[in-house]
Design a protein around this ligand. Structure first.
Ligand SMILES: Cc1cc2nc3c(=O)[nH]c(=O)nc-3n(C[C@H](O)[C@H](O)[C@H](O)COP(=O)(O)OP(=O)(O)OC[C@H]3O[C@@H](n4cnc5c(N)ncnc54)[C@H](O)[C@@H]3O)c2cc1C
Length: 376
């Protein structure tokens, strides 16, 4: 494993970091990066060997994500690894034939996978989603005909496969299903969206007009999709928490380096107590969040699947994103005017903080969910 992580570190240093600013300005990273990452085994980490992945602990997956964080771009992480939210529902609940026809190619970096849950009428209230899928016969074969809209979908334009949550039944959580939809389906329109941060990540609005997919593209059982969507969120929230601490650390390191080298009023910035205290506070929040994070991983390793654990994952996401926000804000302040300039890691991460406390379950919703799990 050590060799693997060394090669990832080299890959990030040589093939990602030097291009990060250009890719962000261009609003995309090269599609060829999926293949390179696939060949290196980055995309398959944590996935079953029979699908071309290699199984490892959650801690190792997070270590990988931290190494990618060092390049200082959440947009890259979100885009290159969008399969980490798109594939698990399929792998955990899809038919063998469906899994085999999609997952190995995604893990090799030949195909791109995305998850489409959020709709223009709301993302937090998943149980009320409106995109409809109706069972119809086409040339004697059962198909789903999909109509509706999705929004803010990461890798939405690029995706070869979209894992889509749809309404197949009654209103509410009991009428939701998950269906695999090819990105090039007739009747599917994909529009790129401009945003505050994550510039290099493809974020799209999707419009489904009478999109037909074979009924065999259903993932799991019809109308039982809500659970699949929720189960996926736990891992996503952990990964977002891990990345948030990773980015907090990047900001801290950039600010520390700056403070140790910049001179004002005849001494290093670091030697002004106000600045040194800012750095101490940043380290304090990072260390506290890391400790909570490690504790959560240890509980998962011990097989804890309690409601308390789910509640703590929700609150950990809030803690981690607040740590990232604090550290990005302070790092920009310590860098002064340079922190406001495009090209520093802290400037980019500062623009990316908000999406971390909105995506994958917004801060307010995390508290609501935690309170419900704790049965207060
Ligand atoms: C860059 C980016 C990438 C994304 N990628 C994906 C993706 O790949 N796939 C996908 O499906 N989605 C994706 N999302 C969507 C994201 O998950 C949603 O934005 C998020 O879940 C919030 O949904 P919403 O934007 O509709 O806000 P809403 O649900 O409308 O909520 C708006 C605000 O009100 C608050 N709020 C809502 N209900 C309550 C309540 N009951 N009590 C208190 N406060 C409440 C929320 O916390 C939020 O702050 C992405 C979003 C962004 C910005």
């Amino acid at each position: 494993m050590e060799d693997f992580f060394n090669s990832v570190e080299r890959f990030v240093k040589e093939q990602i970091t030097p291009h990060i600013n250009d890719w962000d300005e261009a609003g995309e990273f090269p599609k060829s990066l999926y293949r390179t990452a696939g060949e290196l085994g980055l995309l398959g980490l944590g996935y079953p060997e029979e699908l071309g992945g290699f199984e490892c602990s959650l801690a190792d997956r997070l270590k990988l994500s931290n190494l990618i964080c060092k390049a200082g771009s959440g947009g890259l992480l979100a885009g290159l690894f969008s399969h980490n939210i798109g594939l698990p529902p399929l792998i955990n609940h899809g038919s063998e034939a469906l899994v085999q026809s999609i997952a190995p190619a995604v893990l090799r970096g030949e195909l791109i996978s995305a998850l489409a849950i959020t709709e223009p009428t709301g993302g937090s209230d998943v149980a009320n989603l409106k995109t409809r899928a109706d069972l119809v016969q086409v040339e004697g074969q059962p198909h789903y005909r999909i109509n509706g809209e999705k929004v803010f979908i990461t890798s939405g334009v690029r995706a070869d496969w979209l894992t889509v949550a749809v309404r197949t039944g009654e209103p509410g959580a009991k009428g939701i299903s998950v269906i695999m939809v090819p990105g090039n389906s007739k009747g599917l329109t994909r529009t790129p969206l401009k945003k505050m941060g994550w510039w290099m990540s493809d974020t799209a609005a999707l419009h489904f007009q009478d999109v037909l997919v074979p009924a065999s593209n259903l993932v799991g059982v019809e109308n039982k999709g809500f659970r699949i969507v929720m189960e996926n969120f736990n891992t996503e929230r952990l990964m977002l928490s891990g990345a948030s601490v990773g980015f907090a650390r990047v900001c801290f390191e950039e600010a520390l380096d700056w403070a140790q080298n910049r001179q004002t009023f005849g001494k290093r910035l670091m030697d002004h107590q106000v600045i040194a205290h800012k750095l101490a506070d940043m380290r304090m929040r990072i260390r506290a969040t890391e400790a909570w994070f490690d504790d959560t991983l240890a509980r998962i390793d011990r097989g804890d699947i309690s409601d308390q654990l789910i509640a703590d994952i929700c609150l950990l996401k809030n803690m981690a994103t607040q740590t990232m926000q604090h550290c990005a804000g302070e790092a920009v302040q310590i860098l002064g005017g340079m922190g406001f300039m495009r090209g520093t890691k802290s400037e980019r991460i500062y623009r990316e903080t908000k999406v971390m406390s909105i995506g994958g379950g917004a801060e307010e919703i995390m508290k609501e969910l935690a309170i419900r799990q704790l049965k207060w």
